[in-house]
Ligand binder design. Structure first.
Ligand code: ATP
Ligand code: MG
Ligand code: MG
Length: 376
């Protein structure tokens, strides 16, 4: 079995690592450099994109912002899973909001903005505070504006206007009502081509400066897990989805609102590499190759800490019980996702202790007050 991933970053690398035990060989297409590479080493294969498409049995994607010509070529082969439409929905907030509305899944109230009149109308109708997001290309909180007070309205507009004008009709802004959430959760789940769905336990996510810093697999919360699973199923079915899908939620006093979806494996699901018998990478490959889906139950309390902008960690971290270190083989750059740590323990109090120990050995993670952050 042979797979080609669109994108050649860390998600493609971990999909490759998850594929090997299943006897699936993988290559990756570096969309920016237009090269087909080996996903772990990054070495050039010498194959063209067309040759790689012909070589593989299944094509999948590690990100949703794929140039339309690349996506169309992959789609035309009939090998793409999930579908081009599912990927386009995840890559354009206008489509995403429409899909959520059609599927009857609640998200923040919104308006789509293409010009100044619509900008003013959105502000009048939704009121402040507002979060403005570019319809396409945004990630890690980039391409967003916060309108909190009246003076922000005039300050933000010139930048937005310039973006809209320079995009030749490709870009728009989605204005969302600011959600006063208690915490952010995500659900990673998988849908098999036969329609069967399995979800992992909900994950609690903590962001610093718009970037995911820490994820913790939630233990027992049957009510939230059920709510999230129902929304997951409604979304996955409406997209006729195949593979791993991630959904980010705002938890508002026990009611879940969808923030956004990602039609792929997700940073907040990396803990499944050690926290479950079948990781998100393993299950994604199984689903797209029509292999039965594996166990998504939590083995023991598990968390993930992102390593951002660092290519070195204290050697004592390698020796800690229940800790796994994952590097992505990327060049060091400030704030860049360079790797992550998965941390497991036999109970949540012990997990918190272990994360706190890691924080003292790894101050660059900027994590503090762990038990406060996550009222487990
Ligand atoms: P990602 O890297 O997860 O793809 P992104 O750039 O697509 O991120 P969002 O997830 O939409 O952006 O938003 C980034 C963060 O901004 C969210 O995790 C949340 O903390 C905050 N946020 C987004 N939308 C809202 C909202 N409507 N109300 C309040 N906070 C919000
Ligand atoms: Mg996003
Ligand atoms: Mg997000």
């Amino acid at each position: 079995m042979k797979a080609l991933t669109l994108g050649s970053g860390q998600l493609s690398r971990m999909l490759c690592l998850g594929s090997t035990p299943l006897n699936i060989a993988t290559l990756a297409y570096d969309v920016r450099e237009q090269r087909v590479v080996y996903p772990v080493s990054g070495d050039d294969t010498g194959k063209s994109f067309a040759e790689a498409i012909a070589w593989c049995d299944v094509i999948t994607a590690e990100f949703e912002h794929i140039p339309e010509d690349v996506l169309s070529l992959a789609d035309a082969s009939g090998k793409l899973r999930p579908s081009a439409d599912a990927i386009r929905t995840g890559g354009d907030r206008r489509r995403e909001k429409q899909m959520l509305d059609n599927a009857g899944v609640a998200s923040a109230s919104y308006r789509i903005i293409d010009n100044k009149a619509q900008y003013q109308q959105a502000i009048d109708e939704l009121g402040l505070p507002l979060v403005l997001k570019t319809a396409k290309e945004g990630y890690d909180g980039k391409g967003q504006w916060r309108l909190k007070k009246d003076t922000d309205i005039a300050t933000a507009w010139p930048e937005i206007e310039q973006l809209l004008n320079s995009s030749q009709g490709q870009q728009a802004i989605v204005a969302e009502k600011f959600v006063d959430f208690d915490r952010e959760l995500s659900m990673i789940g998988v849908r098999h081509p036969c329609g069967k769905i399995k979800a992992y336990p909900l994950t609690l996510n903590h962001h610093i400066d718009g970037v995911l810093a820490l994820s913790v697999a939630l233990g027992d919360n049957a009510n939230l897990q059920q709510q999230a699973t129902e929304k997951f199923a409604a979304i996955a079915e409406s997209l006729d989805y195949v593979g791993v899908l991630a959904i980010e939620f705002f938890d508002c006093d026990g009611e879940l609102l969808v923030n956004e979806i990602a039609p792929r494996v997700h940073n907040s699901g990396h803990w499944t590499q050690q926290g479950c018998y079948s990781s998100q990478f393993d299950n994604h490959m199984r689903a797209i190759f029509d292999i039965p889906i594996g166990d998504t139950q939590l083995i023991q309390p598990t968390a993930m800490i992102n390593i951002l902008g660092e290519d070195h960690i204290d050697s004592d971290i390698y020796c800690l019980e229940g800790v796994n270190v994952h590097w992505y083989g990327k060049g060091k750059r400030a704030g860049r996702k360079m790797g992550h740590l998965n941390v497991s323990a036999s109970s949540y109090p012990l997990l918190i202790d272990k994360i706190e120990r890691i924080c003292t050995l790894f101050p660059a993670a900027k994590l503090s007050n762990i038990s406060e952050l996550f009222k487990l």
